[in-house]
Design a protein around this ligand. Sequence first.
Ligand code: NDP
Length: 322
Amino acid sequence: MQILIHAADAKQWQTAIASALPTAKVMTSNAALEDRQNADYLVAWQPPSWLFEEQTGLKGIINLGAGVDSLLNNPSLPAGIPIVKLRDAGMAGPMIDYVRYAVLHFQRDFDCYARQQRRFQWQEQPLVPKEEWGIGVLGLGAIGARVAQALSDDGFPVHGWSRSPKTLDGVTCHHGESGLTALLGQVKSLVTLLPNTQATRQIINAETLAALPVGASLINPGRGSLIDEAALLEALGMAEGEESVDKTDGEGRGRLRGAVLDAFDTEPLPADNPLWGHPRVLITPHMAAPTPRHAALDQVIETLKAWQAGEHVPSVDPAAGY
Ligand code: NDP
């Protein structure tokens, strides 16, 4: 079995895979051309087009992340090759922490207290109990389901939404278009953990934002493509093209209370993007849930062994886009 790695830390992956599969030949994409020929399997994060033009005998691809949008959008990706993505692989834990922090940012009024501090203002805000703080989680996949259940265990009423019907302990599950409308009307924080597909593109738009109760908040660690940024700015109370709203205050404009955003259409987020300057937006640089190598390695090895043994491994549905 010949395995080719394409990743920022390819050398470490090469060492780890070679030691787990001693009979395999493990190569990296930055090796000399003669040392990276005829791979059977590609283990990669965002491989460049030239790799597919060069490797014409691939039998399977392992995507070193949960999101396969970049891979599926690669114009040189050959059709018909099974693609396996990481499922949780240690990402759900950090994602739960990220979303929990973001929910508490609004539910415990930390956003408000940060603004009050800038005004030297000592004023306690009335506490909305968790039981009255509905949370919507869009996407109940390997990571989304864990996030929804953790928030439910924390005591929040949680509503989840997926493409197919689901049952999850402690979570009111919705699906389909009518399910989304039902969910939006009852949540104070909306968390987007959907993949980037044709069907989810700009799913957070003027219409969906208007369906949220006034004062709701948006938390997006999913993908930038899920959000219509102009509609988000409008809902936050800032028109497109306006440089910034009042930086010292930022209260009282727009129907959306605030947003915590980790993923963007263009990354890094360009310096002239008005979201940077918005006083009710918290921006993080796509750090919500990095992939820990040890957990990912277990899944990579398991998949390679199964493929070697001729077993079927559940793979990405290119038509659905995830
Ligand atoms: P999965 O692929 O396991 O699950 C995707 C979920 O979205 C499924 O529940 C699926 O429904 C649902 N879904 C897909 N399309 C639709 C649709 N059109 N309508 C309704 N529901 C839909 O993804 P993960 O949970 O592993 O990860 C979710 C996303 O989180 C990733 O795609 C990635 O973009 C992002 N991510 C971000 C990270 C970060 O650091 N910021 C790190 C890791 C992931 P169904 O169950 O019916 O198939």
